[in-house]
Design a protein. Structure first.
Length: 358
């Protein structure tokens, strides 16, 4: 982590402008259609191959290995849908939207429309109380204010151990995403025809998967197969998103930060390699992704040295840790949310966050 003092008198807005200029001149915002075509083709082939293996295995408990592998591959379609929704794949906004619908809805059973509304709010104010839906009240309490209302009974017992329970709970996250997406699409109304189309795609994907599994396998194996697939899907997605912001400073809605500091100082990168980049869908470069949401995934690694050096020059803390360390930080933070100071600036980044206040 680098944390040099900000230079007085410098216009914060120019800090990002300078970085943007360098990134654009390096060609890192240009689309990489060949890369994405290869990724999509490879994962479609893997998806089809797993269903062929499913058909050949038939009535066998070895099917649970197929289910686990399917959960991993479906996660990759979630990442590809994420990239398309951020307009990383194609120049055309319309074609990106339809690509996201097909990849996320048709292969992963996720609602692009529901996800986009939630995810856009997160990008506008990451870790900002009252603005970021990813830290809003839910099964897990992410802020001291939420913990304060859960001090007694089962809620109190749970919140004191929620860090240890977080990753086991991710086994339910895949089911939660399916249900939340379908519910949102059902509420969309008849005046939104594309949402009706998306609802049909998602329901056909989910319904056909259940139907095929139930027809081919005995009921016990079918339930186990679906449970393993959805559980692996949820864990893979959740384990990719969790290190990005959990345990980083929580920002009050009244605090004013320029774009560079608002995105960098509450985000955490995860060191890795080609395998980590693939398994996390490039989200281990969370800082670069938040600064340049439309940057193709394969360019995030190339942009990292530019972003890190720029942050050091302008005195903005750049946080990067190893994968296991990131998970340890998440568990520790969640177990101790209620013991932390209510002042979100009571942290190593306090001076810089205050420096960004209006």
């Amino acid at each position: 982590m680098s944390a040099a003092p900000s230079r007085p008198g410098r216009e914060f807005t120019s800090d990002f402008t300078d970085l943007l200029r360098g990134v654009r001149e390096a060609g890192l915002l240009e689309r990489r259609r060949g890369y994405y075509l290869t990724q999509i083709a490879a994962h479609v082939a893997a998806f089809a191959g797993l269903w062929v293996a499913f058909a050949l295995l038939g009535d066998s408990w070895w099917q649970l290995l197929v289910a686990a592998a399917l959960g991993v591959v479906v996660t990759q379609f979630g990442f590809l849908g994420h990239d398309a929704a951020h307009r990383q794949i194609l120049e055309s906004a319309t074609w990106n939207v339809w690509t996201a619908r097909v990849l996320a809805g048709g292969f992963a059973g996720l609602s692009r429309a529901w996800w986009r509304a939630k995810h856009n709010a997160h990008h506008r104010g990451p870790n900002v109380e009252g603005l970021d839906p990813d830290i809003a009240a839910g099964a897990i309490a992410f802020t001291p204010g939420i913990v304060a209302g859960r001090t007694t009974g089962f809620a109190g017992w749970f919140v004191r151990r929620q860090g240890w329970l977080f990753f086991p709970l991710l086994t339910l996250e895949g089911l939660n995403l399916h249900v939340a997406g379908v519910r949102a699409l059902l509420r969309a109304g008849s005046d939104q025809p594309w949402r009706r189309t998306e609802l049909a795609v998602v329901l056909i994907r989910l319904g056909s998967c259940v139907a095929v599994v139930v027809v081919v396998l005995p009921l016990g194996q079918a339930v186990a197969f679906l449970g393993v697939q959805v559980a692996v899907f949820g864990v893979c997605l959740g384990a990719s998103f969790a290190p990005a912001h959990k345990g980083m400073p929580i920002v009050p809605p009244t605090t004013k930060l320029d774009f560079l500091r608002r995105q960098v100082m509450v985000s955490r990168n995860v060191r890795g390699n080609v395998l980590v980049d693939w398994a996390m869908g490039g989200l281990n470069y969370q800082i670069e992704h938040h600064l340049f949401p439309s940057m193709p995934r394969c360019h995030l690694r190339l942009a990292q040295p530019l972003v890190r050096a720029h942050c050091e020059r302008v005195g903005v803390a750049y946080t990067e840790v190893g994968l296991l360390s990131s998970y340890a930080i998440v568990v520790d933070y969640l177990n101790h949310v209620g013991l932390r100071a209510r002042d979100p600036f009571d942290c190593p980044l306090s001076a810089q966050l205050r420096g960004g206040r209006a």
